[in-house]
Design a protein around this ligand. Sequence first.
Ligand SMILES: Cc1cc2nc3c(=O)[nH]c(=O)nc-3n(C[C@H](O)[C@H](O)[C@H](O)COP(=O)(O)O)c2cc1C
Length: 401
Amino acid sequence: MTIGAKNTKTLADAYLEKRIGHSSLVLKNSFIKSAAFEGMNDDGIPNQKLIDHHVELAKGGVGLTTVSYGAVSAEARTFSDQMYINDHSLKSLEELADKVHLAGGKASMQLTHCGYFSKNKKIKKLLAPSKLFNAYGSLSGLMFSKPMTKSDMKKVALDFANSAQRLKSIGFDAVEIHMGHGYLLSQFLSPLTNKRKDAYGGSIENRSRFPLEVLKEVIAALGTKFTVLVKLNLSDGLKGGFSIEDCIYVSKMLEQMGCAAIVLSGGFTSKTPFYLMRGEIPLKGMIKNGTSIAEKITMALFGPMIVKKYSYSSNFFLAQAIKVRQQVKLDLVYLGGADSKLAMEEILKAGFNFIALARPLIHDPYFIKKLGEGEIEKSLCNHCNECIVEMDRGGVKCVLD
Ligand SMILES: Cc1cc2nc3c(=O)[nH]c(=O)nc-3n(C[C@H](O)[C@H](O)[C@H](O)COP(=O)(O)O)c2cc1C
């Protein structure tokens, strides 16, 4: 789109076919199911529920559905039974991609590394840009991270590239490199967690060096036409963190490097977990789900102090996202509170070609279809966020009727 051009799009425009950036992927519409951890795997192997979940979303009308948290190695997991990209998980993922295609959709995988944010006891040494205290994993004995060496970085970049290449080979249509929400690449981008004194720390040019090296390896492995999305924070949501100015700089670099589109989000899971979704904090369920007595007690005592509440509003990231829209030309995916016809028309008018959603689709996988057919105008999700608790109880789902 031309920056500054008057935009008169309506919701109907979002239901037209669209190519993502310069890539070869054409979606049947503008709607993307945002990665939202499903908790649907058995000992790290995606199960039938995960396949059915994404098939349902494709049937319900999304152009592209994103499978959440594909760890790029066993050590990249936040907990030990999370999925990672290996021979076993690829078998189920191949079936998932095939069935999503048959249902009329396309499939993407979010590729991630936890960095220091992990309670996976199988990890011998947590990797991060700097030595950091890991409150989340401290009760599992994972107290501090080790600053990554150049060879650690090379290995992790290759893990991203190999995982992406393997997903392409089994029929996935896109990958999303997770550079947001306080995971490893976001830890490099944020001044709060990147205290390095070498070429990978300090200025935003330096803090973004490793995430951009990862992207370079991934594009080299996949070719320039394959769809590589990047999920990036608008800001970390706390003082001294990654800022909107940083985001604009990194977005311009991603554009130069051949990323197909950026999914804009925000927040830092270990510090501001509810900044990225807003609404209620399901504290009771989070305490019940604690994996050890100590974790439960800690959450019960300190949860209200640790977990800050942010009130929900439709399009809660739009004002920040428009600042990026005004500075870069590449396709941007808007995410955060796109919960109604009205909200979506606002997003389209602001110049975003793609709209990603999580909770409206957890509440009703047919939301997009119903909205397009005029059956409804607004999602009935009430942002109670109990779906987060359900991730650890057999799989993400809405608890409302
Ligand atoms: C249950 C749940 C799990 C989530 N897991 C992830 C995740 O694994 N990766 C990610 O990037 N975002 C995750 N998110 C954040 C969503 O992708 C999205 O940014 C957020 O919910 C705001 O969008 P919405 O208002 O459309 O729900 C999760 C959100 C929810 C509700």
